[in-house]
Design a protein around this ligand. Structure first.
Ligand code: DAT
Ligand code: MG
Length: 149
C-alpha cells in the first residue's frame, strides 16, 4: 500500500487547523499510520527541502518551518501521494481551488499551511527523515493500531 508524508506547517498548527485538516484526509479514505507534533531544527528543515536549496526563498522557507511546532504525519492508501496532493491543492494558494486545503485556508505561498510529498521516492525519504525507526515505526503502528475493536 502506498504511503505519503504530510506535514501541517507552523501556521496551520498555530491557527488550530490540525483537526479540520486531518478530517479531510480521513474523509477521503486515507489511513493515518503515524503522527507526531514536533518542533524541527534548522538542519532537518534544510534536508527536507534540500531540492530547493538554490531558490531565493530557501532561507525564508527554513526559517518559517522552524518557527513553531509542526504536525508530521504518514498517510497510507491507494495512490496516497497523488490523493494527498489533490486534497492539498496547488502550491500557491492564489491558484489553489476552493475545496482544497490551501484553497480554503491560505492566502500566501510563504504560508501555505501544509506539505505533501510529490513522489513515492520523496515520501519514503521524508518519512525516514521525520520518523526514525528507533522511535516510531509506521508499519508497526499500522499493524498494531488498527485491529478491529
Ligand atoms: P509544494 O509544497 O506544493 O510541493 P514546492 O515543493 O515547489 O511546492 O515548494 C515547497 C515550498 O516552498 C512551498 O510549499 C512553499 C515554498 N515556496 C515555493 N515556491 C515559492 C515562492 N516562489 N516563494 C516563496 N515560497 C515558495
Ligand atoms: Mg514539494
Amino acid at each position: 500500500m502506498e504511503r505519503t508524508f504530510v506535514m501541517i506547517k507552523p501556521d496551520g498548527v498555530k491557527r488550530q487547523l490540525i483537526g479540520p485538516i486531518i478530517t479531510r484526509f480521513e474523509q477521503k479514505g486515507l489511513l493515518l499510520t503515524a503522527i507526531q507534533l514536533m518542533t524541527i531544527e534548522q538542519s532537518l528543515a534544510e534536508q527536507h527541502y534540500g531540492e530547493l536549496q538554490s531558490k531565493p526563498f530557501f532561507s525564508e522557507l527554513v526559517h518559517y518551518l522552524t518557527s513553531g511546532p509542526v504536525c508530521a504525519m504518514v498517510w497510507e492508501g491507494q495512490h496516497a501521494v497523488a490523493n494527498a496532493r489533490a486534497l492539498i491543492g496547488k502550491t500557491n494558494p492564489v491558484e489553489a481551488a476552493p475545496g482544497t486545503i490551501r484553497g480554503d485556508y491560505a492566502l500566501d505561498i510563504a504560508g501555505n499551511i501544509v506539505h505533501g510529498s510529490d513522489s513515492t521516492e520523496n515520501a519514503q525519504r521524508e518519512i525516514n527523515l521525520f520518523f526514525h525507526a528507533d522511535r516510531v515505526d509506521p508499519m508497526l503502528f499500522h499493524m498494531t493500531g488498527y485491529e478491529d475493536s
